[in-house]
Write a protein that binds this ligand. Sequence first.
Ligand code: GH3
Ligand code: MG
Ligand code: MG
Ligand code: MG
Length: 312
Amino acid sequence: LLKPISITSLVTKIRKTFKIDRFEPHKILLLDDQANVGNFYKALLEEKGIEVLALTDPHTLIQALESFHPDVFLLDMHMPDVSGIEVAKIIRQQPKYDYVPIIFLSGDTDVKSKLLALQCGADDLIPKKTPPAMLISQIDSRIVRGQKVRYLASRDSLTGVLNHGQIMEAAGQVHRLARRNKKPMNIAMIDIDLFKRVNDIHGHSGGDKVLIALGQLLMQSVRDTDYVGRYGGEEFMLVFGDSDTAAIEDRLNMMREAFNQIMFNVNEVSFNCSFSAGLASSEHHDKVSDLIASADKALYVAKDQGRNKVCV
Ligand code: GH3
Ligand code: MG
Ligand code: MG
Ligand code: MG
């Protein structure tokens, strides 16, 4: 059936999902009203393999963000129309960029300027005369830290799958894309069978072991374009982009059988578990909330029919 869980493949998958891959260049959005200053930093950073989008007009920033997703913002403080401080405030108003560091590059390095920068949600203020090697390493460590924080904030801490907020976000995105491209996508809701009993007999930590194993199994069973998240408690949600319901039903049944075959051992007592799943396709639903409700309904049919089943 399914290959045993390989940590290496899991890590690769996580790296891809979060674009933490070493070979993917870091991206910087640089804003400085003076083109020659911007170009100087652009050349410096590009030499280190960093991708840079250099802008001189703050008004073009929002538009640029539609197609460029930076790992860090590098902002000039002083610009004629809008100050860097105002730009930082605007960026910070958008939850999407919560985890993207903002660094000011400025000639002003006094305490007052630095405080002002921090108060508007920036992470640092680096003097313009900082030696290049130092500047690069400061930016690099900000990017790495930002990615780690973003990773932790998006994951369920027990199982490592996406948390509720992120899987809902993914469902919305994949659904929108499917509608635009007129290609169906699918959502599955998975609920562990009689899980209360697992906790009662094997203890809460025994139950946790089951949750962790199911999370790993699901993550290694989906494609790179699919998403796995913990919807809540012992319920998981799977989002399958550009997919055919019959094929997904087959894959869910493989996952169901693989999960059912895992033997757990807690305090020298062996046991196995099962899950039930409900599946729904975007073909029949214009709203993602209806799609989720429909998958949930199918899940309850599976429970009604005796559990350890996948229903559409
Ligand atoms: P059914 O087959 O009808 O789904 O039965 P069930 O026992 O799974 O029913 P129910 O959904 O009511 O029970 C879910 C249980 O999952 C209750 C709760 O104690 C347990 N649970 C929720 N989150 C966690 C967790 O993080 N760890 C552990 N160990 N248990 C959890
Ligand atoms: Mg300036
Ligand atoms: Mg439940
Ligand atoms: Mg349950």
